[in-house]
Design a protein around this ligand. Sequence first.
Ligand code: IMP
Ligand code: MG
Length: 185
Amino acid sequence: MMSDKINKIKVHDKEFEIFISSEKIQQTIDKMAEQINSDFRGKDVLFLVVLNGAFMFAADLLKRIDFECQVSFVKLSSYVGTTSTSTVRELIGLDEVLRGRTVIIVEDIVDTGITMSNTIEKLKHLEAAEVKLATLLFKPDAFLKDFPIDYVGLEIPNDFIIGYGLDYDGLARNYPDIYTLIGKA
Ligand code: IMP
Ligand code: MG
């Protein structure tokens, strides 16, 4: 593996600098997986990965889950450019029966929380026994809701970030590290 880190990236007109290293991300996921393993071992768990942003986090988290479980993927989005909008699209791709099951949502980031509160409501209507949420990142200063977040990897300031699954205009999801916008307004 190439080990030289990229310290700055440019996406369109914006410049980003490294903010969370891949090593820190991996340590964070180690801890979260340990906790989930001890909390849910022996239960009938369905991990529900929210695409696209959570694909990398989900891959790293689920490799560390050591009990029998199902993994499924849903898609939704509320982001256009770098600002949150209140338009939440539907959940696409959910074909599992949730009734009576433990669902653990795997999300990249909780920002305003609008997307997740909407998603959690939808899952409760499908009569899941319990709906838990595991997010790699959380922006407490942007959070407008009050639902519990069961597993938080890292709390971060209210700045726009990319990398490790997170995008700006569809770009930068591929980087192993997380970057933050330089020269915020
Ligand atoms: P929320 O509804 O405001 O909580 O935003 C949820 C979704 O917006 C997340 O699942 C991400 O896909 C996206 N998002 C939130 N903050 C950022 C960011 O800083 N960079 C890239 N995407 C973000
Ligand atoms: Mg997301």
